[in-house]
Design a protein around this ligand. Structure first.
Ligand SMILES: [Cu+2]
Length: 277
């Protein structure tokens, strides 16, 4: 009895430690993970809430249909009904099975459209970063700071202790904490997709097009891991995305260094934006 209790207690402690590790550490997938990564930012929280609502609705519908099927299979089995019914229409039931699904769809549509328009609103952002997908790395340009750099995955030999394999890069996308950041996402060669699950950002990077998305970086330093999730060639799985949120002081120090190291040269003709009054 006591041994059993200790076993449950250690299992419970183990699960808590996994939970704490996933919350306190970096936002990345965990072995055997079946739920979402901890949502970071208001879009991710709203997306998770919508997901949870949909999960409740589809579970109820699935059980209802399963129950109905089981009931019909039992109630109208052939040995209990030697003479089958010839019923073909029932106006009441037909109205119900039209109206009820319409109402369910309306219930789903309201929060769904709310989130869609919320995600679409990219104005009032604190900074703009241009993200370009390449075969097979990402390029980030900080438009206002006139800096830009490539971000390549680290090979197994380059990994430092604690850096996750296949998810770590040489130059992460560094962002300041507590800001709203607009990304202009495009591609150079083939289609890619900019996807960071914990920030709930996912958008196609398409050649000759610019897709706008935004994230609000939560307070505190934390690293958010993502990957290209559009099949883009042989090294598709080797172009991870690392969004590294820094506290303001740390970010300013990084920016000062980055302006030396990653300055966009005059000759490379960075993209210009017209001022919007
Ligand atoms: Cu790609």
């Amino acid at each position: 009895m006591r041994a059993n209790f200790m076993r449950y207690l250690s299992l419970f402690a183990f699960m808590i430690s996994i939970f704490v590790a996933s919350v306190a550490g970096a936002a990345q997938p965990e072995p055997w993970q079946i739920w979402h990564q901890e949502p970071a930012g208001s879009i991710a929280e709203k997306a998770l809430n919508l997901h949870n609502l949909l999960l409740i609705i589809i579970t109820m519908i699935s059980f209802f249909v399963l129950g109905l099927l089981a009931y019909v299979g039992w109630r109208f089995r052939s040995n209990a009904n030697p003479t089958p019914s010839k019923t073909t229409h029932n106006t009441t039931i037909e109205i119900l099975w039209t109206v009820i699904p319409v109402l369910i769809l309306v219930v789903i549509a309201v929060p769904s459209f709310q989130l869609l328009y919320y995600m679409d609103e990219t104005k009032n952002s604190d900074m703009v970063i241009k993200v370009t997908g390449n075969q097979w790395h990402w390029n980030y340009e900080y438009i206002d700071e006139q800096i830009g750099f490539d971000s390549y995955m680290l090979s197994d030999e380059e990994l430092k202790p604690g850096q996750p394999r296949l998810l770590s890069v040489d130059n992460p996308l560094v962002v300041p904490e507590g800001t709203k950041i607009k990304f202009l996402v495009t591609a150079n060669d083939v289609m890619h997709s900019f996807f960071v699950p914990s920030l709930a950002v996912q958008t196609y990077a398409i050649i000759g097009r610019v897709n706008e998305v935004w994230i609000d970086v939560p307070r505190g330093g934390k690293t958010y891991y993502g990957q290209c999730n559009q099949i883009c060639g042989v090294n598709h799985s080797f172009m991870p995305i690392v969004v590294k949120a820094m506290v303001q002081d740390e970010y300013q120090a990084w920016l000062a260094d980055a302006k030396q190291e990653f300055a966009i040269l005059e000759s490379s003709q960075p993209i210009q934006f017209a001022a919007v009054k």
